[in-house]
Design a protein around this ligand. Structure first.
Ligand SMILES: CC(C)(COP(=O)(O)OP(=O)(O)OC[C@H]1O[C@@H](n2cnc3c(N)ncnc32)[C@H](O)[C@@H]1OP(=O)(O)O)[C@@H](O)C(=O)NCCC(=O)NCCS
Length: 168
């Protein structure tokens, strides 16, 4: 996905880190990062067309001009939004990038007037560090299962639902 040079640079020095809204020319790299995990069935694969259609939902983290992570906030209903497609290049793991991406989405949710944000995840521990609480999936509206229907693991997945209240 990235040059060995980039990986070496990541381990030794990183100059300029930026969280920003995604642009269409970031989608191919975003999909590559997501694929790293989706091929191991750790997250849902996303098609290019779906990503282009929803590009306004996405944030990216860029380091020295290179996209190293992405995350989307998708509005489900008037008071509920979902965090999805959260993925950080493994080379850059545990450097706070996932936290910054989700924080940007939470700011967006607040700005939009959302009351609650949820995610379906295999890493509830990560979301708990951001004050999400584990909830029973069945307490969430049926509409949220649309993504799950495309998942190879459906209906026998053990993803956990996490939910956070947004205070305006
Ligand atoms: C989960 C993920 C986004 C975390 O990104 P990250 O940039 O490495 O996370 P951060 O550095 O911001 O982590 C902050 C804290 O969250 C917790 N955390 C991070 N990854 C975790 C994991 N896999 N399991 C449990 N807790 C985790 C840790 O407490 C961490 O703090 P620490 O490093 O000081 O211990 C990243 O590992 C990833 O892309 N995973 C694969 C895709 C995925 O599961 N996406 C979520 C789908 S909803």
């Amino acid at each position: 996905m990235h040059s060995i040079l980039f990986e070496k640079k990541m381990l030794t020095q990183r100059k300029h880190e930026l969280i920003r809204k995604a642009r269409v020319n970031n989608v191919v790299v975003m999909k590559q990062i997501i694929n790293t995990y989706s091929k191991e069935e750790l997250m849902l694969a996303r098609s290019l067309s779906e990503m282009y259609e929803n590009i306004r939902d996405y944030y990216v983290c860029e380091i020295d001009g290179e996209v190293v992570g992405c995350c989307a906030l998708h509005v489900v209903w008037e008071d509920l939004a979902e965090i999805l497609a959260l993925a950080v290049n493994p080379v850059c793991a545990r450097k706070g990038i996932g936290t910054k991406l989700v924080t940007a989405c939470l700011e967006d949710a607040k700005h939009l007037g959302m009351k609650e944000v949820f995610a379906l995840t295999y890493v509830p521990g990560f979301f708990e560090t951001l004050d999400f609480k584990v909830v029973d999936k069945n307490t969430l509206p049926r509409k949220i299962w649309s993504g799950c229907l495309r998942c190879p693991k459906f209906p026998d997945c053990n993803e956990v639902a996490v939910l956070k209240s947004i205070h305006s």
